[in-house]
Design a protein around this ligand. Sequence first.
Ligand code: AMP
Ligand code: GLY
Length: 422
Amino acid sequence: MNVLVVGGGGREHALCWAIAGSPLVRKLYCAPGNAGIAQEAECVDIAAEDLEDLVHFALTNNIDFVVIGPEAPLVAGLADKLKENGIKSFGPSAAAAVMEGSKSFMKEFCYRHKIPTASFGRFTEPLKAKDFVEKNGVPIVIKANGLAAGKGVIIAETPEQAHQAIEDMLENGAFGSAGTEIVIEEFLEGEEASFFALCDGNTAIPMASAQDHKRVGDGDTGPNTGGMGAYSPAPIITEAMTKTIMETIIKPTLLGMKAEGRPYKGVLYAGLMIENHKPKLLEYNVRFGDPECQVLMMRLMSDLLPALIASEDGVLKDFDLRWYDDTALTVVMASNGYPGSYQKGSIIKGIENFQDNKDMTLFHAGTKFNEKNEICSSGGRVLAITALGKNVLEAQVKAYEGIDSIEWPDGFCRRDIGWRAL
Ligand code: AMP
Ligand code: GLY
């Protein structure tokens, strides 16, 4: 079959890498892709948000199946538009993607279906929001309602910080329309982990767990990023914990979404806070995590593509996904300055000689070819080295060996990915 992957980051490189190995694939395309994805797929110069052009491309190129990587096209309804045109895809409808697209929807939904999550209030008026902060005290968490590329969450340690965040979002338009409504919620303590389940509207099967490193600096310091590294499995997600998460969070979500006329298909990514063996839901994402997808794909033994198709076709029941027991660990290299402003276009050496092997893969995130056909940076997060090992330490040592073979003075990485598990 002909498959189109939508997106152009590290997540989509990992998806293309996994899908390219499927015997079901005749031709693989990726829009827009990147310099690394170009080794696996034919890259097509269409942005992931350009729904009309994506549908047109799929129609004119006999695409049988579209795998939608990022949240923005899902929330905007790409899966629905493809369906209207008779094209199957992996990922939720817009009605179901609202789970990520609107934090207030997600919070009210959890309340309706008794899914454990932080207590909260919704606000459009700054005075009422500040009042809520006054009553509940700090630390407290302020969130822009809509999509804000991972930047819309402020953990306020003081009332002043909380007031500032409220003003920034509700009065100064810091997140544009995504911040005209805010959610303020209880600060949860515990250990954070990500849990991924594949869903077909009726059935959810657990995939794997991972832990992300959101802060830019070693020791979890500095501003939040999209993720500077990850490993899978997350030691805190034991078999018993997987059962608890499935029973108290994932299954009620699937049932609730179906009952509300928004059956959920695709991957459901639950961001969790776990304290005293009790998981609470921090957020839902309606797509794979980035860079969590990179570690998941390294550990996946089964063919990914039939599983994605089964999710769309509603036949996941009795589907069996196999995983390697090994730990996968990924280290992201980002442009100096990220997550603030950074330069694009610097040449990355060592990348063309990098030899993937069964224990180590280089996934590109923000790379492209310049006029001289050299690989250069084109984004904040630029590449990720992902390694497999018997344990976290072995995977970590290998991943950093890979990192040290890349010559790129304009980039940096964290040197402590995996520290929590060591
Ligand atoms: P989110 O985009 O909702 O995942 O939030 C980004 C990060 O903020 C999460 O990964 C957590 O580290 C943190 N966070 C979000 N909500 C809470 C909360 N209620 N309590 C504590 N930390 C939170
Ligand atoms: N790595 C966090 C995310 O993909 O949302």
